[in-house]
Write a protein that binds this ligand. Structure first.
Ligand code: WQD
Length: 340
């Protein structure tokens, strides 16, 4: 069974990807420093897959520890690198924390597993596009000056990986540019665990619905969009997780060489107000929301052209916005009854 390291594997997307790796016949090995994740997710994963996956608590910024882990796991053939700090606002306040953690950890992973012809899937983001000039945005669109140090770390990482590949690295590499991951596993045993007040829309919605937040503020209703609120390409986290399996499968083919990048979204944009209405209609929960000022740093609208993912990655989304909302709500209710 092919062994795959999943760095950041106890996080939101990482934990869902661990489940899909096992469903696809891989053996995931989770590496996480627990700086932004909960070790009890291991117990939750065991409830879904029937056993606790292998887990190593490692700070990926500790070069010696990462090398020691790699040297004692010589049968690892693939790496999915999620581990990174990802709070856009925090990255503006603490840029060096983000450059150190997000770039140095990737460098250590690349160096530790070098020369073994491993397959590397890198967790990137549509944030590299900024506000695209043309929508839907394709992978060929120009990368724009990042709106935040967080976004810049994703751009820098992609450039590093491309340069490495062009220099003749033994790695095969795929960067996946995620749009907006939301929702939770159908068992409601794993999902998003925001720390403190959620910055992202959907966890804020579910916390408002369960009564943890008084009301939702729609950040701006004067954008050049059909209903004035911002548009994003929301993707179910389980569909997103499956894209990582598809990326490994593609790199396992003889035809794949070097480096490639794919948009991981639905190809459809939804506005903030449409997400709120979808939540209300699909869960029967009435939401208390009001329109407020724009949020600094927000782009107006973005959704992905996903033809390349469909045709080359042989992957496309299967779950709709209602399922995203329902699964997010089921998880919120679960976690309210079963705090981790
Ligand atoms: C979505 C829309 C908000 C909260 C960020 C990162 C991106 C990725 C996903 C890591 C925006 C609006 C939000 C609220 C609101 N993260 N909103 N009221 O900003 O598109 O993307 O998270 O990879 O890199 O940039 O996601 O969920 O924060 O916001 O109106 O209480 O919802 O203004 O238009 P975003 P988000």
């Amino acid at each position: 069974m092919a062994k795959i390291v999943v760095t950041g594997g106890l996080g939101f997307i990482g934990s869902h990807t661990v489940v899909e790796l096992i469903n696809a016949g891989y053996e995931p090995i989770i590496v996480d420093d627990l700086s932004n994740s909960n070790p009890k997710i291991l117990d939750q994963l065991a409830k879904i897959i029937g056993y606790k996956p292998a887990f190593h608590k490692i700070d990926l910024c500790n070069e010696v520890d990462v090398k020691a882990f790699a040297d004692s796991n010589t049968d690892i053939t693939g790496i999915i690198h999620f581990a990174a700090s990802k709070a856009v606002g925090e990255s503006v306040q603490q840029p060096i924390k983000y450059y150190r953690n997000n770039i140095y950890s990737l460098l250590n992973v690349i160096n530790a597993f070098d020369k073994r012809s491993a397959n590397l899937v890198f967790s990137s983001s549509c944030t590299v596009y900024g506000q695209p000039d043309v929508l839907p945005v394709t992978e060929a669109a120009p990368v724009k000056k990042a709106e935040s140090p967080y976004g810049n770390t994703k751009q820098i990482a992609e450039e590093m990986l491309q340069d490495m590949s062009a220099a003749g690295s033994t790695y095969k590499i795929i960067s996946l540019r995620y749009f907006n991951p939301v929702g939770a596993h159908s068992t409601a045993l794993i999902g998003e665990l925001p720390i403190g007040v959620p910055q992202n829309l959907v966890p804020f919605i579910t916390q408002a619905a369960i009564g943890k937040r008084e009301k939702i503020t729609v950040f701006g209703d004067d954008y050049n969009t059909p209903d004035g609120s911002c548009v994003r390409d929301y993707i179910h986290v389980v569909d997103l997780a499956k894209a990582h399996v598809a990326a490994l499968r593609l790199m396992e083919t003889e035809a794949f060489k070097g480096y490639d990048v794919f948009n991981i979204g639905t190809g459809t944009g939804s506005s903030v107000l449409e997400v709120i209405k979808a939540f209300e209609q699909s869960t029967g929960q009435k939401l208390n929301y009001h329109k407020g000022p724009r949020r600094n740093g927000d782009i107006e609208k973005v959704w992905g052209d996903v033809a390349k993912s469909k045709n080359t990655l042989k992957w496309q989304t299967e779950l709709d916005l209602d399922t995203m909302m329902q699964s997010a709500w089921e998880w919120e209710k679960y976690i309210a009854q079963n705090p981790l």
